[in-house]
Design a protein around this ligand. Structure first.
Ligand code: AMP
Length: 280
């Protein structure tokens, strides 16, 4: 498995694969890989001849007060995980490689990005769309893999691919969790032992919401209430949002009819964690 630092190296490698008629899958990540990322790589390896994993902590998607500087990084460990999972190439550019000094073009979206995480992180999805569009242009994959963990991101990327006619299949992959239910996240490393315990309230509250949905509850407010109460019972937790939205439009719903996304963002101490369930 190779590690490429430059766009040119990636282009040359992909050109070589294309000459041989091979298909290419892309797994975009910010690194510090865990089982959640590995599940995306596994899926990509199963569906493509060659797999590229990008490892890039994208400055453009972090707000000025967010954790860009402290975001965990460990390329050696990431490379070992990618190699063991059967990836063929890691693309690990420096920020200067992706954003030259006079960089001034962005991919922005008028729908889907205003609510949920977009409310607290107003520039986030512009950064995500721009970097993913760049990665798509550099790697030109047949398929790209995104986790349902970041459900709004998955919806946004699908919409961007449709709007901008990228000829790329977007594959969504289920949330991978720790044994006790906490959704795996690179940011879980920020949690103290006490906070790690408190963080369980995210998946537990969603479990209560899911039980209501399973029992046929159609009142979205009721579901939000139960989840909110559960989270508020944990002293270390502070709610950013608890939302029930249409899974296609990401608009809030009052009555559960079609596919619904129940999404939450919760601060545990200083760490902001997200989790969700989707009812198709
Ligand atoms: P990140 O490195 O956090 O930007 O995540 C890279 C990709 O991995 C995104 O598509 C995430 O949705 C996905 N991902 C992160 N955590 C998980 C998880 N626990 N289960 C499934 N996919 C995940």
């Amino acid at each position: 498995m190779k590690i490429a630092e430059t766009i040119q190296e990636v282009r040359e490698q992909v050109k070589e694969w294309r000459k041989q008629g091979l298909s290419v899958g892309l797994v975009p990540t910010m690194g510090y890989l865990h089982e959640g990322h590995k599940s995306l790589i596994d899926c990509a390896v199963a569906q493509n001849d060659k797999v590229v994993v990008s490892v890039f902590v994208n400055p453009m998607q972090f707000g000025p007060t967010e954790d860009l500087a402290t975001y965990p990084r460990d390329l050696e460990r990431d490379a070992a995980l990618c190699e063991a999972a059967g990836a063929d190439l890691i693309f690990h550019p420096q920020p200067e490689e992706m954003y030259h000094d006079d960089f001034s073009s962005f991919v922005d979206m008028n729908t889907l990005t205003g609510g949920l995480c977009g409310k607290t992180r107003p520039i986030h999805f512009r950064g995500v769309c721009t970097i993913v569009a760049k990665l798509f242009n550099i790697v030109t994959p047949d398929r790209a893999y995104f986790g349902q963990k970041d459900a709004q991101q998955l919806a946004v990327i699908r919409h961007m691919v449709s709007d901008l006619n990228f000829g790329i299949e977007i594959v969504g992959c289920p949330i991978i969790r720790e044994e006790d239910g906490l959704a795996k996240s690179s940011r879980n490393t920020y949690l103290s032992a006490e906070e790690r315990k408190a963080a369980l309230v995210l998946s537990q509250s969603l479990k209560e919401g899911k039980a209501l949905l399973d029992a046929g509850e159609k009142n979205a407010e009721k579901i939000r209430q139960v989840i909110t109460e559960k989270i508020n019972s944990e002293p270390l937790a502070k709610i950013d949002y608890v939302e029930t939205v249409d899974w296609n439009t990401l608009e809030p719903v009052d009555t559960i009819e079609g596919p619904v996304l129940v999404a939450i963002a919760v601060y545990i101490g200083k760490t902001r964690l997200i989790d969700n369930i989707i009812r198709q």
